[in-house]
Design a binder for this molecule. Sequence first.
Ligand code: ZN
Length: 219
Amino acid sequence: MSNTIDIGNFCDLPLYNLTFKLDTTVIDSCPPLNIALRSTSTILSNEHLLTNFATHFLPFKEHDGRFPSSVPSYLMEKMKMTFTNANVPTIILSSEEFLDVPITCAIYGSYKGRQRENDVNIIYLNKELIDCSKLSDLPQDIIKYASIILFTILHELGHWTFHHFSCALDHDLATPKGVLMEEAGEAVEFLMFGFKIQHYGPQEPKYMVTYGGLVIDKY
Ligand SMILES: [Zn+2]
């Protein structure tokens, strides 16, 4: 159903340039994924927004607990070079990678590079999320799913960048550290949008948005 939708009717974002090695036929047959990648590409090519990733690139020992007031040019160049098709991690749509969690449909993505050497350049997206996102052709549903997929990709990119650049692939280093007084994925969500929507589970509300430590919406 969804692959016949013309997203041009309600999405004016330029075409994605970052594909994370996903097949373009897969992207184009899933409007929410398509819009999420257009958003991701737009965000990661915007210097102002890129500054939110600065602490994820700063070497671990240089973290001093403050968000940098300006981003050194060498760091900005590094970020720009990193967020190119040649250097971003591969996104794999998988169901199997989420079978070991208590509620498989409650986890949208994961980065397992800390635990598995072969996965240092892989971000997994839950295939169930992608499949479900194709079930509605209503623009408001497509936009909601696109937002969840976008948040998931940015969240996992937070883990990937922090592990690669801040920690230089040292598996023993982890957040919280310095300005990242929370886990690396949540930090990106909060820095980028001012709130976070990932990380819920059986112990927490099914859906939760927090802002400044306060829960502002949940059900
Ligand atoms: Zn996380």
